[in-house]
Design a protein around this ligand. Structure first.
Ligand code: NAP
Length: 268
């Protein structure tokens, strides 16, 4: 297998540091640079936690400077929505294929990236959840939604998460919406006595976001019908749970010339 040359943006982050380990431990992956806005001009091995990286991995604060300096195949972005969008767009400008785990991109952001991919005939994979179990949870929920059209989504994450609801919850709602008979749930006259009590509304279904220290990434999809409920739940206990999905995405994006949103679209 040919070596895939990779840049990681956000290497010090909780996801980014796992991605560094993934790339370092995968024989046909090569980490050639990192983007970290706080450590321009340093080597990754100079940063705490990366001393075991013995080959030289230069760090750039700016993606454009990085892309001018190294010749990469893939950019893995695990940063924040604002900077992640800039990183993905700039990578495509330099013919580098983005694999984006950063969540919180708007519909307009996704449309813009899709348009650039189509124009440049380049691959790009954006997935709000790279855990294979979470993808199955979304697929099973879509299957169930054909038979149960009353559903509530409860997503639970650590309290440092910036966006709410989670990208996974929005993606689950979109997948359910595609097959569910349209319905506004709850009592027609229901009234919130405290604002937000019923959660966010997506196409007639409710999404609830829980934020607590100690959690990582969890989601429960609850279906209800006469005399029965069905609960589909996935739990990520460690950020390592996302890495097998990122590995598949990197291996796929180098062969793809299209925009993909959601890991489920590249899994058999
Ligand atoms: P995190 O620990 O806060 O890491 C984000 C990293 O990005 C931090 O190291 C931060 O540095 C860095 N950063 C901020 N601005 C930057 C810039 N301009 N250039 C380079 N790096 C920059 O967050 P996380 O838990 O790793 O999550 C990262 C993203 O992945 C979030 O959007 C999260 O929702 C998403 N996520 C996705 C999945 C998935 O499966 N798709 C799973 C979990 C999380 P400072 O801390 O120094 O500011």
């Amino acid at each position: 297998m040919e070596t895939i040359k990779i840049i990681i943006a956000g290497p010090r982050g909780r996801m980014g540091s796992e991605a560094v380990k993934l790339v370092e431990n995968t024989e046909h992956f090569e980490l050639i640079a990192a983007v970290d806005y706080k450590h321009d001009g340093m080597m990754l091995s100079d940063l705490p936690g990366f001393q075991s990286i013995i080959h030289s991995v230069p760090v750039f604060s700016d993606i454009e400077k990085c892309l001018q300096y190294v010749k990469a195949d893939v950019l893995i972005d695990l940063t924040t929505p604002e900077v992640g969008m800039y990183h993905a767009k700039t990578a495509l400008e330099y013919n580098v294929r983005p694999v984006v785990g950063t969540t919180g991109f708007t519909k307009e952001d996704l449309e813009e990236l899709e348009r650039i991919c189509n124009e440049k005939e380049l691959g790009c994979i954006i997935a709000p959840n790279f855990a294979i179990g979470a993808i199955l949870m979304m697929k099973f929920s879509q299957m169930a939604a054909k038979y149960f059209n009353d559903v509530e989504i409860i997503e639970l994450h650590h309290d440092q998460k910036l966006d709410a609801p989670s990208g996974t919850a929005v993606k689950t709602a979109e997948m359910i919406s595609a097959v569910r008979e349209r319905k506004k749930q709850g009592h027609p006259n229901e009234k919130e006595t405290i604002d937000g009590a019923r959660g966010a509304l997506y196409d007639g279904m409710h999404i609830h976001s829980v934020r607590l220290p100690g959690l990582i990434a969890h989601q429960q999809v609850l279906f209800g019908a006469d005399g029965q409920t069905l609960t589909i739940r996935h739990d990520s206990y460690h950020r390592g749970s996302f890495m097998s999905g990122i590995k598949i995405a990197v291996e796929t994006v180098v062969k793809n010339n299209r925009f993909v949103y959601g890991l489920e679209n590249i899994l058999d």
